[in-house]
Ligand binder design. Structure first.
Ligand SMILES: [Zn+2]
Length: 466
C-alpha cells in the first residue's frame, strides 16, 4: 500500500456539500487541508486512506460546507445599526448614515469593524464585500487581526445633494477622491497573504460626477479590481437621476463606459429589460440584499427584476447591506428571505428555493465578487474557507426535509459550530480562537457608547405613539 500523504488538518465524517460544478455531496465525507488550501474532498474512508494529519476534526452530525459570502456589507456602519429602522431611504442616508460616517475615531472604527466581523463569523460568514466607507485602514486591520476574508473599499463621492446640510468632508473633489481610493487599493489589495482585497467604490449614483465615474473606471481597469456601485436601487431613482443627469441610472453608467466584468452593481431593483441585456452582454455582476429591500420598502421585490436577471444569467450575490438593514448579519436569515420572498409577487412557490439560495450565498456569490477561482466551493486547490454546522437540534430532524432545505428553511447562524478561514480555525465550538472575546466585547461596548454620546443619539424612554 502506498504511504499516506501528510497534511495539516482533516475534517472527517461530515455531511459535505461541496458546491463544486457537479454540486457533489458526501453523506459521510471529508476535507483534507494543507496550509491555507484544500488538498482533497471525498468520502471519509477514501480521504483517511490517502491522508494523515496531526489534527483531525470529527464532523459527525454536522454539515461541512463552504463559508458564506456576504456580498454587500457596510462594515463602517455597524454602530449605526438601527437608525432609520422605520424611515425612508433618503432620510436614512442623509439624516443618519452619511453624517455618521464622519463621527468615528480610527480606534472606534476598528472596534466597530471587529464587532461586525465577530457577528459575521459567529453566523458562518467567511467573506464580505464592503461597498466603501472611511477609515479603511482600521476596518482592514481588524479583518487581518480576526482572520476573516474580505474586500475593502474607500468611498468616493463628489456631488452633495441640494438642500441637505451634510458634513462637507463627505464630498471631496475628484482628484482627492481618486487619490485616496487609489491609496486604499495599493495599501490593501492582496494583504494578509491575499485574504484581504481592495476595490474601488462609487457610492450612490446621485453623488457621483461623470469625471469621478470615469476616473474610477480607469483606475479599476488598470489595477484589475472591481468597482462596487450603488445603482438602480430604489423606486423613483431612475426618474430622479434622469432629471439631474438626463439619463436613467444604468444608462448613464453604460454611456460612461463603466460596464464590464468588474462592475459590481448593488441593489438593482430597477433595471429595465434592455439594461439587463447590456449587463449580460458585458458580464456585469450584481448584488442583492433582500432583507434590506424589505426593511426599507424600496419596491425591489415587487418590481420582479431580480429573478428576471438571475434567469438571464447575471451572477447575483446576496448580502445583508448592514446589520441594521438586514436585522442582523446572519446570512442564514438572508438565504431564507432570498429563497422565499420573490415567490409572492410571482405567485410561484417553486421560485428560487433552498438550493438556489445556497448557491448564491456561496459559489455564485464568489463569482460575482470575482473570487470564484479561490473560494465559494470545496475543491482541491481552493482556499480552505469552510463551516461545520451542527445538525443535532430538533429543527434539523424533520423527516420530510432534506439537509439543504433544513439548512436554509430551518437553521440559523447559531448552529454554526466551527469556522475555518484560509486554512485556519477561527472559531471552534462557537469560541473565537484569534482574539480574546471578553476583551473585544468590552472595547466594542465602550466604543459604541462613545459614538452614541458624541452623536447625540437619544435613548428612548417612551413608547412611540402613531
Ligand atoms: Zn449599501
Amino acid at each position: 500500500m502506498a504511504s499516506s500523504l501528510v497534511t495539516d488538518l482533516i475534517v472527517t465524517n461530515g455531511y459535505v456539500l461541496t458546491m463544486d460544478a457537479a454540486r457533489r455531496m458526501f453523506a459521510d465525507g471529508a476535507v483534507a487541508i494543507g496550509g491555507s488550501k484544500i488538498e482533497a474532498v471525498g468520502r471519509s474512508d477514501e480521504i483517511l486512506a490517502r491522508y494523515k494529519a496531526s489534527h483531525v476534526i470529527d464532523a459527525k452530525g454536522s454539515v461541512v460546507m463552504p463559508g458564506l459570502i456576504d456580498g454587500h456589507n457596510h462594515i463602517m456602519s455597524y454602530f449605526c445599526c438601527g437608525y432609520g429602522d422605520e424611515a425612508d431611504i433618503m432620510s436614512r442616508l442623509y439624516d443618519t448614515l452619511y453624517p455618521y460616517e464622519t463621527l468615528l475615531t480610527p480606534e472606534e472604527a476598528y472596534f466597530s469593524a471587529l464587532g461586525n466581523y465577530i457577528e459575521m463569523i459567529k453566523n458562518g460568514t467567511t467573506c464580505f464585500n464592503d461597498p466603501g466607507g472611511y477609515l479603511v485602514d482600521s476596518l482592514a486591520q481588524a479583518a487581518v487581526d480576526i482572520g476573516i476574508r474580505g474586500i475593502v473599499n474607500r468611498s468616493t463621492r463628489d456631488i452633495a445633494p441640494k438642500g441637505k446640510p451634510l458634513p462637507p468632508q463627505l464630498f471631496e473633489d475628484v482628484e482627492t477622491n481618486l487619490r485616496e481610493a487609489e491609496k486604499t487599493v495599493h495599501a490593501w489589495n492582496g494583504a494578509a497573504g491575499g485574504r484581504i482585497r481592495a476595490w474601488y467604490s462609487l457610492r450612490y449614483v446621485f453623488n457621483i460626477s461623470d469625471r469621478l465615474a470615469t476616473g474610477i473606471r480607469d483606475l479599476a481597469r488598470r489595477d484589475g479590481v472591481g468597482v462596487h456601485a450603488h445603482v438602480a436601487a430604489v423606486r423613483g431613482e431612475n426618474e430622479a437621476v434622469q432629471q439631474i443627469f438626463g439619463k436613467r441610472s444604468l444608462e448613464r453608467y453604460y454611456d460612461l463606459g463603466l460596464f464590464g466584468p468588474n462592475l459590481y452593481c448593488v441593489h438593482m431593483g430597477f433595471p429595465n429589460e434592455r439594461e439587463v441585456d447590456l449587463l449580460v452582454r458585458h458580464g456585469v455582476k450584481v448584488t442583492h440584499c433582500p432583507s434590506a429591500a424589505m426593511v426599507g420598502a424600496w419596491g425591489v421585490i415587487g418590481n420582479k427584476m431580480i429573478p428576471y436577471m438571475i434567469e438571464k444569467g447575471v451572477p447575483v450575490s446576496i448580502g445583508t447591506d448592514t446589520a441594521g438593514a438586514a436585522g442582523s448579519l446572519d446570512m442564514f436569515r438572508v438565504m431564507y428571505v432570498f429563497a422565499t420572498v420573490h415567490r409572492d409577487p410571482y405567485n410561484d412557490p417553486t421560485l428560487i428555493g433552498a438550493y438556489k439560495a445556497l448557491e448564491h450565498a456561496t459559489i455564485v456569490g464568489a463569482k460575482a465578487c470575482l473570487w470564484d477561482d479561490e473560494i465559494g466551493s470545496l475543491e482541491p486547490g481552493k482556499k480552505a474557507d469552510l463551516l461545520l454546522v451542527d445538525r443535532s437540534a430538533p429543527e434539523w430532524q424533520h423527516p420530510g426535509r432534506d439537509v439543504v432545505r433544513s439548512l436554509v428553511y430551518s437553521a440559523n447562524g447559531s448552529h454554526v459550530d466551527t469556522v475555518i478561514i484560509d486554512g485556519k480555525i477561527v472559531m471552534r465550538h462557537r469560541a473565537l480562537t484569534t482574539i480574546d472575546e471578553g476583551w473585544a466585547a468590552g472595547k466594542i461596548r465602550a466604543s459604541a457608547a462613545a459614538v452614541r454620546e458624541r452623536g447625540g443619539f437619544p435613548v428612548r424612554t417612551a413608547w412611540p405613539v402613531a
